[in-house]
Ligand binder design. Structure first.
Ligand SMILES: NC(=O)C1=CN([C@@H]2O[C@H](COP(=O)(O)OP(=O)(O)OC[C@H]3O[C@@H](n4cnc5c(N)ncnc54)[C@H](OP(=O)(O)O)[C@@H]3O)[C@@H](O)[C@H]2O)C=CC1
Ligand SMILES: O=C1O[C@H](COP(=O)(O)O)[C@@H](O)[C@H](O)[C@H]1O
Length: 494
């Protein structure tokens, strides 16, 4: 983790939303408990909610406290200290009323020397207006930074527009585009595995690797998120950012240094090497699905269209995908001909994010029953690395082979609590370290590859293929892979 930050004002626009309540505030509490928030650091939430400081502290006490450990008297003291850091300013960014900005200005006045972080945990179309108005109100200081949540825009054009708007107010070095997957311990470990160990590099290419599978399977559905999800879908919500970032880390060339530009330069090269999937190829190389009613975790759950939400489903709800699978290819010397299968979905049978590197079979087998080696990098729920190798089953007679795992579990190997991705990233923002954040060209290169798929899906009259909740996605997803003659890896993640 970065060095202990200085006293700062962290202004969270969208500070009462789902992301703030479920991820940001618990992460900030843990940082406070670990002594990583400097004395005097304030967390100022902004929303239309009409709350005062006491209301907001009460809301956090009621909704966040149960998700963090507040056990003994010491913890209770930290919890109170954390609550005391919280403030709320009511504002409607889409309205003309300047009083919200005035209230924020009054709160920040006299603290211009502090680090000031504007964290935009709000819909992407608010990013430009927020920056413009904050600047107009005189609140953007030289020591200010801005954090932009993903997905940045809805497509390449809107991403460019947002980047231009934010870029008019903030210099690129002040802009932190967040993808919380980059803050996950195992994701960072992927770089260490690849570039701090010599044995993998010689075989990390198309000569030895048959294909790569990147899977982010979630058991959760989208209750209460229709307003956002109808206009996002799995491709924008997960593939454009998290899955492509994972692909970059698997496929990139060794960077010259472990610094922010070297790593980001290499990731951009991967994104620019992705073979475009356009026109009729979209049907051959992609599959989209939407969950229907089914069983998840032993209970009956509704389909996407029947998820409880304040609003009834619309035309967009029928068309949006909750599952996406893509057969991608990185067209460069190292990876030519190696399929990268990307897959993500809501209401899958289990929660599991993993990267599977499937090696080729031995060139000539002298034992019946041999199977190719497989390296599995498990990101969650239980982080670890497993290499499946062939071993001989003990006993006389004919040699019998069995694939056995060489296994490294992070929980068993390293003691101590593993910090959540947002803890790491929030501390990096406060310390001004942008290494684990996305550069403008990176985000735009990802959209450039995603755009033709989105356009083709949106032009089709066909709806996403249905799949019952609790199953591994639509049948078409399995056909996608069958066409290449290789099966999805369906390892039980338990
Ligand atoms: N939820 C998650 O797990 C994740 C979300 N994200 C991203 O974070 C962002 C926020 O997502 P999420 O928290 O789920 O969304 P929510 O809809 O739950 O929260 C949005 C927040 O923004 C505020 N807001 C919206 N419009 C305005 C406005 N005009 N003026 C003032 N405040 C406004 C809302 O408050 P109010 O309505 O009271 O004004 C609320 O606090 C999105 O870009 C999403 O993609 C990224 C990763 C994970
Ligand atoms: O960004 C998002 O990520 C979450 C999944 O994050 P994880 O850390 O729990 O794997 C996803 O549920 C959400 O839809 C998406 O916006």
């Amino acid at each position: 983790m970065s060095e202990t930050p200085k006293t700062a004002d962290l202004i969270v626009f969208g500070g009462t939303g789902d992301l703030s309540m479920r991820k940001l505030l618990p992460a900030l509490y843990h940082c406070d408990r670990d002594g990583l928030l400097a004395p005097g650091t304030r967390i100022i939430a902004m929303s239309r909610g009409g709350l005062d400081d006491a209301d907001f502290r009460g809301k956090v006490d009621a909704e966040v406290r149960s998700s963090v450990p507040v056990d003994d008297a010491g913890d209770r003291g930290v919890w109170q200290r954390f609550l005391d850091r919280l403030h709320h300013v009511t504002i409607d960014i889409s309205g003309e009323d300047p009083t919200g900005w005035q209230r924020l200005g009054a709160l920040l006045a006299g603290h211009e020397e502090r680090d000031r972080v504007f964290y935009l945990a709000s819909p992407p179309m608010t990013f430009g207006p927020f920056c413009r108005e904050a600047n107009r109100a005189g609140l953007v200081t030289p020591a200010s930074r801005v954090v932009l949540e993903k997905p940045l825009g809805r497509d390449l054009a809107s991403a460019r527009h947002i980047n231009d708007e934010v870029g008019e107010i903030f210099h690129e070095r002040q802009i932190f585009r967040i993808d919380h997957y980059l803050g996950k311990e195992t994701v960072q470990n992927l770089l260490v595995l690849r570039f701090a160990n010599a044995f993998l590099e010689p075989i990390w290419n198309s000569l030895w690797i048959d294909h790569v599978q990147i899977t982010v399977a979630e058991t959760v559905g989208t209750p209460g998120r229709r307003g956002y999800y109808d206009h996002a879908g799995a491709l924008r919500d997960m593939v454009q950012n998290h899955l492509l970032q994972l692909l970059c880390l698997v496929a990139m060339e060794p960077p010259a240094r472990n610094d922010r530009e070297s790593i980001r330069d290499e990731k951009v090269k991967v994104l620019e090497s992705l073979r475009p999937i356009t026109g009729s190829e979209v049907d051959r190389f992609t599959v989209r699905g939407q969950y229907t009613a089914g069983e998840s975790g032993g209970v009956q759950v509704p389909g996407y269209l029947d998820e409880p939400d304040g609003t009834p489903p619309t035309e967009a709800s029928h068309r949006v995908e909750t599952f996406a699978a893509i057969r991608a290819e990185v067209k460069n010397w190292r990876w030519a001909g190696v399929p990268f299968y990307l897959r993500t979905g809501k209401r899958m049978p289990y929660r599991c994010s993993e990267i599977v590197i499937q090696f080729k079979d031995v060139p000539h087998s002298i034992f019946p029953g041999s199977a190719p080696n497989r390296l599995v990098l498990r990101l969650q729920p239980s982080e670890g690395i497993r290499l499946h190798i062939m071993a001989k089953e003990p006993g006389a007679g004919e040699v019998a082979l069995k694939p056995v795992p060489l296994s490294l579990s992070f929980a068993e190997t390293f003691s101590g609590r593993v910090p959540d991705a947002y803890e790491r990233l929030l501390m990096d923002v406060l310390a001004g370290n942008p290494t684990l954040f996305m550069r403008r060209d990176e985000v735009e290169a990802a959209w450039r590859w995603i755009d033709p798929i989105l356009r083709e899906w949106e032009s089709q009259s066909m709806l996403p293929e249905p799949y019952p909740a609790g199953t591994s996605g639509p049948a078409g997803a399995h056909e996608l892979v069958d066409r290449s003659g290789r099966a999805w890896h369906e390892e039980d993640p338990a």
